[in-house]
Design a binder for this molecule. Structure first.
Ligand SMILES: [Zn+2]
Length: 175
């Protein structure tokens, strides 16, 4: 396995662990975000009938997004073919959005299914992590002194302003 990818998976597991400590007392945090439960800080930036997109409350980098099926699915195999196509097209649309906002040098895109794979939030979700090259290592930023270059509010404002242009069927026809 690619060394950086392996490190990433380990870090994601660690991150979920860190998140677990101060996670709000809701049955499923992603269902709560979907339902705009007031007990969770709502970071949703987009939703449709199949999925929603939110900022990761504890991002590795500015623009770290989660793509989440609306249904409380636990396994990748539970996704229908139509859902999969929609999810992957959404991820591509989000990449185009992030490219325009942040010009990252690369991306980590993926999911962790099951606790042993680092997925402590059961509700299936895909991470999109833009990479900038000269950033801190993952392990460094998931500790107590988390360093993030740009605040969530600022990232959310930028994404809110432009997301409709990128996540719509008309735009999908262009690529
Ligand atoms: Zn859920």
């Amino acid at each position: 396995m690619d060394k950086i990818f392996k490190k990433w998976i380990q870090a994601l597991g660690k991150l979920d662990y860190v998140q677990g400590k101060d996670r709000p007392d809701v049955e499923c945090i992603l269902c709560a975000v979907r339902d705009e439960d007031e007990r969770v800080r709502v970071l949703k930036v987009y939703e449709d009938e199949i999925l929603f997109v939110c900022l990761n409350l504890y991002p590795y980098n500015p623009g770290h997004l989660l793509v989440v099926p609306r249904d409380h699915l636990v396994k990748y195999l539970e996704l229908s073919k139509a859902d999969l196509i929609h999810i992957t097209r959404t991820i591509q649309g989000l990449q185009k959005l992030l490219n325009s906002l942040y010009s990252p040098h690369g991306y980590n895109i993926g999911l962790n299914e099951g606790r042993d794979a680092g997925g402590s939030i059961k509700h299936l979700h895909f991470h999109i992590v833009p990479r900038y090259g000269a950033e801190l290592g993952y392990i460094d930023i998931v500790g107590k002194t988390r360093v993030v270059v740009e605040g969530l509010k600022s990232v959310k404002n930028k994404i809110d302003k432009h997301i409709d242009k990128y996540l719509n069927p008309e735009f999908y026809k262009s690529f």
